[in-house]
Structures are given as C-alpha cells and as structure tokens.
Design a protein. Structure first.
Length: 262
C-alpha cells in the first residue's frame, strides 16, 4: 500500500484532481482485465495503458492553460521543441542550449514565427519551469559525493512569500515523470545528421568599414545579418545573389558560410 501511495505522488503535482484522475483511470483499466483485485499496487502504475492515459491528462492540463493565452499553432510549436531533446528526459544545461538553438534556427530557416515564450533560452527555460514541465537539481555547498541533492519543482517552491520561483541556469534538469510519454521522451532517439539546408537570398546592404551587412532571403524573405568574414570568394556587393546557412546563436537571424550564386 505504501508503494502505491508513493506512486500517486510521483505521477501527480500533489493536486487532488490529479489523484482523482489516476484513480478513475486505473479503475477503468482493472475493470477491463480478467479477474479482480481489492487494492492498487505500484505495478498498476507501470501499465502502458495507464501511462498513456495519464500522460495525456497531464498534457491536457498544460494545453488548456496555454490556450487561454496562446493559439493552437503556438501550442503545437511548444510541443515541437521536445523533439530536439533527442528523447532525453534528463539533460544538462548545455544539452538544453543545444536543443533550443537548433530548434530556433530551424524555425528561422522556415520563416516560422515563434511565440513570446521563445524570446531567448533563459525565458523559455523559466517558462518550462513555471509550467512544471521540468525541475532542476542542485546539491548543497558540500562538494563531496555524499552531499545532499535537492530537486526543485516550481509547485513545491512556490509560497506566499515567493509566488514566482526562479529556475537556475547551469544545472541538471528533468522532465516530469508523468509527462514523459506524452512528450515522447525517456528513450534516446538517434537522429541522422542531415546536411544543413542552404537558403538563397540577395545582399541588400554592406558596411565595409564596420565589416557587416544584411541579406534578404529564404522562404519568407527575412533579413539576415552577416559578417564579411563569412563571405567566401571575392568582394561582396549589393544585389549579389548568394546562398547561406542560418544561425540564431547570437540572438537574431544570422547568415553563415555565404557563397555567391552564379
């Protein structure tokens, strides 16, 4: 019985409605199985039908909250980010930054407008923490192997004196266990690295003294900043047709490895 109680806590945000939902889901599953049981054990929480149903319930709670402020397209964009974690439920800050930058660059290349919560990597990390999608882990000041590990969830840290707990950067992070199946994380995904897509554009301005310029191009004809050192070949001129790769590592769409098109 104690194990099942801990499982209820593990799969919930300590909200009564979460527990009620789990009880109802498990009851439905047990009714469909042959035989009967007088109690729920921790094994029942490992049932794939329960995991799927409860993960969708938890994600539905997040969806309802986000759709109050954002559109369905923006919610779908939010879900797309998790594909770039390559199936990782636990990840480092560096892995998070890599996933974020890759995702934002992909959106910029396709001309997709990002919701406000993707303003930068710090804002989005705080957004994930506020939604209780992730926690962060830190140890006490004792650097020994026996130092105590603290797992910081926003819903646990929130108090009347601290209504908006801040996430810490540079930590290790973990996606809420109950959400892992809905977000398709928990199992590593190997992705073959494809050749980066090159966009076509036109040089619209060049500042030789300061060493930078702008290109307008891509599917949505966005302006991309570039440094002259990224240009391969002879002197770059306004109206040159060029191909280039895209990066948002520096906070704005930037053209890299630029080549003149014949």
């Amino acid at each position: 019985m104690s194990n099942s109680f801990l499982a209820f806590l593990r799969f919930s945000y300590y909200r009564p409605r979460d527990v009620n939902s789990m009880i109802a889901t498990i009851q439905d599953i047990l009714k469909k199985k042959s035989g009967s049981t007088e109690y729920v054990s921790d094994i029942d929480f490992s049932d794939s039908s329960f995991r799927d149903a409860h993960a969708e319930y938890l994600l539905g709670e997040i969806r309802d909250q986000l759709l109050f402020y954002y559109s369905q397209d923006e919610y779908d964009t939010f879900l797309e980010f998790f594909l770039h974690l390559r199936g990782k439920r636990k990840f480092t800050y560096e892995e998070y930054l890599s996933a974020f930058n890759e995702f934002v660059a992909q959106c910029a290349a396709s001309g997709k407008k990002l919701p406000q919560f993707f303003e930068n990597d710090t804002v989005f990390l705080q957004f994930l923490y506020d939604q209780n999608v992730i926690c962060y882990k830190e140890r006490d000041q004792d650097e020994s192997k026996d130092s105590e590990l603290f797992i910081r969830w926003c819903f646990r840290e929130r108090t009347l004196a601290n209504m908006a707990p801040k996430v810490r950067t540079g930590m290790e992070y973990e996606i809420f266990y109950g959400l892992s199946k809905a977000l398709n994380v928990g199992r590593p995904i190997r992705v073959k690295r494809s050749v980066k897509r090159r966009l076509i554009g036109t040089v619209i301005s060049v500042d030789g003294e300061k060493g930078f310029g702008f290109i307008r191009g891509g599917d949505k004809q966005i302006e991309y900043y570039f440094k002259l050192t990224e240009f391969s070949g002879s002197h770059v001129r306004i109206s040159d047709k060029v191909s280039f790769e895209v990066s948002t590592k520096y906070g704005k769409p930037r053209a890299l490895t630029i080549k003149r098109e014949r």
